[in-house]
Write a protein that binds this ligand. Structure first.
Ligand code: NA7
Length: 533
């Protein structure tokens, strides 16, 4: 018996959509694999984010796995955009259907992982267990390390306080209560209209106004589902060849060259269609400030036409960053909510929150009395879920230290100095700019192929070459610099977390281009990886 043989071939951290599919794929290929998951069930993001109004901004018929024809044919979605409970039901259905839970340990957080160079294996520790594995695969998600600002007095609040990403499973009764929501990103913008209907009074604390387009959510008819399902394979294949992995109509011209009346009509049409792809109409929206401003001003005009009070409308008009450079929000009745008599908006850029008090919060020189505070304040995105684990690679180097000046990866899949570790949807990949499921499936399948290649060739160690990583990171920076993205103080830039280095983390080149690059790397003997042993 090989004494160096680790207990597992692969240990996966996380049982969200990435971890579930990784588990299934590796198990089907005969690897000994196990998953540690900190939540009480599968679902990841959709297990935790149970705030009122939580919903995906990608259409349900495409926010689901494509790997099984039977699965995608049999599952029936009820709405154009799936709400959190429905997505969680789907995740559970997948876990049942493929008998995934038998290889998942729930309510178990990985605390540390250290690479044992002598044996080419990882030693992974949870609070109760330690095990060894040849490969460590992180499926921790990009938006799973919730971020609550360090407001003075935060522990003194005598009311109820919740972060949107850690919402009580039993729900929260807001009836008759004075509720404050801090944050107007996607989570806040989804929660605010629903909370406004329940609360006695809702005060929204806005630091930066956001662009949002209507979801026009509605029930899906059987006929619509039948039509998509009849052409599923083809539609999925077409989506893979788009920049964001999402089908959308795109004109192969620049917005600035389109006659104004025609452009206005097209923007109106897209506003009526709604959804995430609003900005993808033309080629230049995210690269030319003049084109971008045409879209931005269109949305501001919509806000002015919806919101009755002109001062509130102006405060809701985003001006601090180009439209689309923070992920655009997709809402149901967000702006109209400010016409309700029980909703008020506070500008916390002009009047910053200086303290949470026992009975509410202080913004500028005003005290706001609140029974409930909702923190819709976002995440330590992309790197946070990884650096919160004590990951140590060759020579004991810490991942958190290596990324001190911003994350550096090869293809968002591997890190130099951390052999046999693979990151699903890691920084340096296009995942967060895409339909996440498309990116997850591509990463999982690429990693599985790679591990099979290593097994078939008797290779015990695969590591990103530092020079390949340097070149990839330079490419990620270079492509981002050609766009307007770095102009926003976004979580893509790490700008929402005090002290986090400002580096544009996702790869903006598109999932179509990225897939070709990854395939090319594989076809060329895993160029940029050092394979040994
Ligand atoms: P986001 O998009 O990061 O939004 C967080 C919001 O919280 C945003 O409006 C922030 O304002 C605000 N915020 C954060 N810290 C503070 C402080 N200290 N004071 C006041 N306001 C604050 O997170 P979400 O959960 O909404 O969405 C994350 C992603 O999930 C989203 O992009 C989609 O991909 C799905 P800021 O803009 O930083 O001034």
């Amino acid at each position: 018996m090989d004494e160096d043989r680790p207990q597992l071939d692969a240990l996966i951290i996380g049982a969200g959509f990435a971890g579930m599919y990784m588990l299934k794929t590796l198990r089907d290929r005969g690897f000994r694999v196990h998953v540690y998951e900190r939540g009480g069930d599968v679902g990841g993001t959709w297990y935790w984010n149970r705030y009122p109004g939580a919903r995906c901004d990608v259409e349900s018929l495409f926010y689901c796995y494509s790997f099984s024809e039977e699965l995608q044919q049999e599952w029936q979605w009820t709405e154009r955009y799936p709400a959190q409970p429905e997505i969680l039901r789907y995740a559970r259905h997948v876990a049942d259907r493929f008998d995934l839970r038998r290889d998942i340990t729930f309510r178990t957080e990985v605390r540390s992982a250290a690479y044992d160079e002598a044996r080419d294996q990882w030693v992974v520790r949870t609070d109760d267990e330690e095990l060894t594995t040849r490969f460590l695969i992180t499926a921790v998600g990009c938006l799973s390390a919730a971020q609550t600002p360090d407001f003075p007095g935060i522990d003194d609040f005598r009311g109820e306080a919740y972060h949107t990403a850690d919402w009580p499973h039993e729900g929260v009764d807001l009836t008759g209560k004075r509720v404050g929501v801090i944050g107007t990103g996607s989570s806040g913008i989804q929660a605010i209209p629903v909370i406004a209907e329940q609360a006695a009074h809702l005060t929204v604390f806005q630091r930066t106004a956001q662009y949002s387009v209507p979801a026009h959510n509605r029930p899906l008819t059987d006929e619509e589902q039948r039509q998509v399902k009849a052409r599923y394979a083809q539609l999925r294949a077409e989506a893979l060849r788009t920049q964001a992995g999402i089908l959308c109509e795109r004109h192969e011209v620049n917005a600035v060259d389109v006659p104004r009346e025609e452009l206005q009509a097209e923007l109106e049409r897209r506003w009526r269609l709604g959804g995430l792809t609003f900005c993808a109409a033309y080629q230049d929206t995210l690269v030319d400030p003049a084109a971008n401003e045409l879209f931005a001003e269109f949305v501001r005009d919509k806000i002015r036409s919806i919101v009755h009070d002109p001062d509130t409308a102006e405060l809701l008009c985003p001006r601090d960053f180009p439209i689309g450079t923070k992920r655009i929000c997709v809402d149901t009745g967000y702006f109209a909510t400010y016409n309700r008599p029980n909703v008020s908006l506070v500008d916390v850029r002009r009047n910053p929150i200086s303290a949470i008090t026992p009975t509410g919060l202080r913004a500028g020189d005003r005290e706001h009395e609140l029974d409930v505070i909702v923190f819709a304040t976002g995440f330590d995105a992309m790197t946070g879920p990884l650096t919160r684990i004590d990951i140590r690679g060759s020579g004991g180097r810490r991942l958190a230290d290596e990324w001190d000046a911003g994350p550096r990866t090869y293809l968002g899949l591997a890190c130099a100095g951390f052999p046999n570790m693979f990151t699903i949807t890691g920084p340096g990949s296009p995942s967060v700019l895409s339909n996440m499921i498309v990116s997850i499936e591509q990463h999982v399948e690429w990693i599985a192929e790679h591990l099979e290649h290593l097994r078939d060739n008797g290779v015990r160690r695969s590591e990103a070459d530092p020079e390949a990583q340097r070149q990839w990171s330079a490419h990620v920076d270079e492509v981002a610099a050609e766009t307007l993205y770095p102009r926003a103080a976004s979580w893509y830039m790490g700008a929402n977390v005090p002290g986090k280095p400002r580096v544009f983390m996702p790869y903006v080149g598109g999932v179509d281009v990225y897939r070709d690059i990854c395939d090319d790397v594989a076809a060329n003997g895993y160029r940029g990886f050092r394979l040994a042993g």
